[in-house]
Structure formats: structure tokens, C-alpha cells
Design a protein around this ligand. Sequence first.
Ligand code: NAP
Length: 271
Amino acid sequence: MKISQKTIKRLRKNYGEWVLITGATSGIGRELAIKFGEAGFKLVITGRREKQLKKLSTQLFDDYGTESIPIQGDLSNRKDIDTLLREIDHLKIGIAILNAGFGTSGKFINSDIEQEMNMLELNCKTVLIMAHYFANKMKKQSKKGAIVFLSSMVAFQGVPNAANYAATKAYVQSLSEALALELKNEGIDVLAAAPGPVASGFADRANMKMDMSLRSEDIGVPIIQAIGRKSTILPGILTKVLVYNLRMTPRWGKIRIMGKVMGGFTKHQIN
Ligand SMILES: NC(=O)c1ccc[n+]([C@@H]2O[C@H](COP(=O)([O-])OP(=O)(O)OC[C@H]3O[C@@H](n4cnc5c(N)ncnc54)[C@H](OP(=O)(O)O)[C@@H]3O)[C@@H](O)[C@H]2O)c1
């Protein structure tokens, strides 16, 4: 799937040519980078794994002649966030995709608290710092901009067996929904992309075995086409089916159902 010419024209007209994607070394971020690169946008791409980052930058140039700036760093670390923001400060970033994140799963009581706090840093605090930076930066730009948050299907209720991960994404979803209204007055568009299970590096790191996963290729273009059009997107048919089917279920019921789903994704941990 490619981004339609109409969307490319609209995005360029509204936001200019520079796109930043955090967490572009694999999965959803990598797919978004390839699609934007194919469409002729200039990119800033980030991740901790320098080799994968440089490989992607070379691939973007070889395949599409796309200019990209790879910036390596651990974004759960304030120093690396500040370095990244300093290095891109001279660029008119029109679309900022705050994608870098990870999950954990299993019984909360058995969790590694250092890892849980690190996830809170990356999924919430880093996203907060970067959203604040881009809101202020984009406000001053003539073309303004768009901020895209990576929420999740788990953001809409508590999820037993992934309690802290779901809570981090509830934070992201809530922040994004509020900013979509608040920043509209500044000419800045905000989108929360809330996918269901996607086959990527995510499941391995989260120690989940996810059924019926979508591919990153299924959701990259739908997310891009929704920028400036929607405030939340549930990309992929499976995500829509799961979320819409639970719409009429009371919140306590959703928590139990999602707990069962996550119980299935993590049952190998107790076997
Ligand atoms: N896959 C799913 O089922 C799913 C569903 C809903 C939402 N999401 C969300 O989508 C986003 C992307 O996940 P994904 O599925 O594409 O997973 P992924 O393949 O594991 O990609 C995660 C990306 O984030 C980067 N990252 C992780 N920790 C980082 C750190 N400390 N500092 C800087 N970069 C870091 C990784 O790069 P390095 O390893 O090189 O640092 C990688 O590029 C995440 O926010 C995730 O929560 C995923």
C-alpha cells in the first residue's frame, strides 16, 4: 500500500517536508519511515540500535533518494532526549511521530520494578517532554505541524496481566485527546494511533505471544492518511472489530475481557 498522491500533497502543503519518527529501527516506526521516504519526505529517524538506524538511512537513500538524519540515543534518558532536540532544533519538523515505546506483561506482583519504571519514563515522560517541545516549536512555524502519538487498543480500560503497559498507553491516549482540541487553536493537528496486536519487535520484548497480529504494513499508510483528518485512529480491521465490539460493554466488563485476552498472550509464562 502507498500513500495516495492526494494525501502526499495535503501533508506537504500543511506541514512541509520534514518528518521525525522516534523508534524507526523496527516495526511500526520503520514502516512509517519507509512510507514517508517513498513519498519523498525528508526524515529524522531515531533508535538505540545504531547499525539498524544507519542501515535504514542507507536503504531510504538507495531505494527512494530520500534524505534522512539518523540520530542514535536512548530516549528513556533525559540527556539523550535533550541531545536529539538540540540536533533537530534548526529543522522545520512538520510531522513528529512519537512512536518509540515498549511493553511488559505478566503478573504485576512478579514484575521487575526497574523495567516498569523505565517503561513509564519512555512511554509517558519522554512523550510528554517531546510533545511539549514540538507544540511550542510548531506554534512558531509558518506551516505549523502535526504530532502523532502511539497509543494502543489497551489504552481504553485497565488490562490485567499488562497493567502498567496499559496504564502508560491510557496516559498517552488521554494526553493526545486533550491536546487534539487544545492545540487546534494553535493550528497544530494531533493524532492518537491505537493499534491492536502488530507483529514487530514489540511482542518479544514484552514477553507476549500475540494471536491474530496485524503486520506493520497493514497500518502504516492508514495512520499517515489519518494525520490532520482524525484525532484517534484504530488502524486495521482487527483493531476496529475488537474495540467496536467492546463499545457497549461496561468498563468493568471490558477490563475482564481484556484481562482474558492478555492472559492468553501470556499463558506461556506460567506453563
Ligand atoms: N506491536 C504492537 O502490538 C503494538 C500495539 C499497539 C501499540 N504499539 C506501540 O507502537 C510503538 C512501536 O512499537 P512496535 O510494535 O513497532 O515495536 P518495536 O518493533 O519493538 O519498535 C519499537 C521501537 O522503539 C524503539 N525504542 C525502544 N526503546 C527505546 C528507547 N529506550 N530509546 C529509544 N528508542 C527506543 C526501538 O528502537 P531500538 O530498539 O533501536 O531502541 C524500536 O525502533 C510503541 O509505542 C508500542 O507501544 C505496539
